[in-house]
Design a protein. Structure first.
Length: 93
């Protein structure tokens, strides 16, 4: 019995949101999910709740996220306010 970890990035929501949902549907159960940056298209942080809604349909466990170049630093607080556990230059155990 092991730990299953899944990761996805470059979703650029809404651009690849449907493909992300389809991949989640086929994925099966995982213990930890990493959202690996470029989650939204050109800093459109208003797209992130839709992405998280789709993710939560298939995964109820822990989610970690990291910023990509599409999530602009000047809006960092807006991303942090969405309740994800963002990792920045750190290790998580």
């Amino acid at each position: 019995m092991g730990i299953r970890i899944a990761a996805a990035g470059d979703i650029h929501s809404p651009k690849y949101l449907d493909l992300f949902g389809e991949a989640l549907r086929r994925m099966g159960k995982v213990d930890l999910f990493l959202l690996a940056g470029d989650l939204v298209y050109k800093n459109d942080h208003n797209q992130l709740p839709s992405l998280l809604e789709i993710l939560r349909r298939f995964h109820r466990g822990e989610v970690l996220a990291c910023f990509g170049n599409e999530e602009y630093l000047q809006d960092r607080q807006k991303y942090l306010a969405l309740g994800l556990r963002w990792i920045e230059d750190e290790a998580v155990v």
